[in-house]
Design a binder for this molecule. Structure first.
Ligand SMILES: Nc1nc2c(c(=O)[nH]1)N[C@H]1C(S)=C(S)[C@@H](COP(=O)(O)O)O[C@H]1N2
Ligand SMILES: [Mo]
Length: 344
């Protein structure tokens, strides 16, 4: 589950030819990513408990009995190392803490393949061992640990896992909000009633860039390139839609957006009906300054160039003057402070 939901998030952000992530259902990514982060957090006590129980077995003698046993033991290095790496990097990312010098998504992605590969090898070797154990001596699992019974040990672990889940999913699931004491974000706190990820100051957006001289360009493969002022955009038909910002860090918040449909702008520019679009920000650097609208996302009537959130003009930290908002997209692809739409 953890592996699959993670893979989904990865593939959406780095599109591959054979998969075009749909724009519907609008809240799907919110669910897959919420599940990813919640199951990841819940796995932490499970992994620690498993290591605690297995620890004495790491030192058994002789270290290797036969080939299957050697494979099983060797696979533990990437399995244990990988699992610890995945849960640590995931937790740190949720806490916006990066005590390493690789790019988090890349490291977390390759770590996942190593861990899952090691798990498959480990289970394969274990099956071979179990089969031979049926005919030979048996390796009894520990029935108690430091004086506590197996049963109470298991209930402590189940309890801890449940507690972690209850105290963190409140960041997404409204009715559990009051229990969310360990939740890294409160989805209701921030300008206009929802959180900010990367403020205008952090993105080095200058006041000047978003003043009266602001223009949004529509260029690339179009018959009628556009240069639109904020007034031009306000003069076009406005649409309202309630869509979540669903951040990869696991929090999400529903917001009422108002603005211009991307399809209306594409039609005015004379883009082809299967056009894809690169959305570019005024932000000068940083990896999240652009995002791709694949064809289903570019042509969804709920994909907006938002000018307002929750019934007031966008706060500069939420992307004033214009930000992208579309159904079923990861937060990182809801580009703020739009400068340009480049059509392909
Ligand atoms: N230009 C730009 N747009 C951006 C980002 C960014 O760093 N730069 N961060 C993204 C991320 S990770 C998220 S979760 C959403 C958050 O939007 P909000 O700050 O309005 O809640 O904006 C996205 N848009
Ligand atoms: Mo995000």
């Amino acid at each position: 589950m953890l592996f699959l939901t993670g893979l989904i998030s990865h593939v959406i952000q780095r599109p591959v030819g054979w998969l075009s992530w749909p724009s519907r259902p609008a809240g799907l990514y919110r669910v897959t990513q919420g599940v990813h982060v919640a199951t990841g957090l819940a796995s932490i006590p499970l992994l620690l408990a498993k290591l605690w129980v297995m620890y004495p077995h790491f030192w058994t003698w002789p270290p290797v009995r036969d080939i299957a046993h050697a494979v099983e033991r060797l696979s533990l290095v990437p399995l244990v190392g990988g699992s610890l790496f995945m849960l640590f990097t995931g937790l740190a990312n949720v806490g916006l803490w990066y005590p390493w010098n690789f790019f988090f998504p890349t490291g977390h992605f390759w770590g996942a393949w190593i861990t899952i590969g090691a798990l498959v090898v480990h289970i394969g070797a274990k099956l071979a061992l179990t089969r031979s154990a049926l005919f030979g001596a048996r390796d009894e699992p520990p029935t108690s640990k430091g004086g506590i019974s197996r049963r109470s040990f298991l209930s402590v672990i189940a309890g801890t896992t449940g507690l972690v889940t209850l105290t963190t999913i409140g960041q997404t699931i409204g009715p559990l909000k009051s229990l969310g004491i360990l939740a890294p974000r409160d989805p209701t706190v921030g300008p206009q009633g929802f959180p900010v990820n990367q403020s205008a100051a952090e993105a080095a957006i200058a006041r000047n860039d978003v003043g009266p001289d602001y223009r949004m360009e529509v260029t690339g493969g179009v018959t009628n390139p556009l240069v639109l002022s904020l007034e031009d955009l306000r003069g076009m038909p406005q649409h309202e839609v309630i869509l979540p910002i669903a951040c990869v860090e696991g929090w999400s918040a529903s917001v009422r957006w108002r603005g211009v449909r991307v399809i209306d702008v594409l039609a005015q520019a004379g883009a082809s009906p299967d056009a894809t679009v690169t959305v570019e920000s005024l932000q000068k650097d940083g990896i999240y300054r652009t995002s791709e609208l694949n064809s289903p996302h570019a042509h969804d009537s709920d994909t907006l160039l938002a000018l307002e959130a929750n019934c007031s003009i966008l706060d500069i930290d939420h992307g004033y003057p214009v930000r992208l908002i579309g159904p079923n997209r990861p937060g990182v692809m809801q580009t703020k402070w739009i400068a340009k739409l480049v059509v392909a």
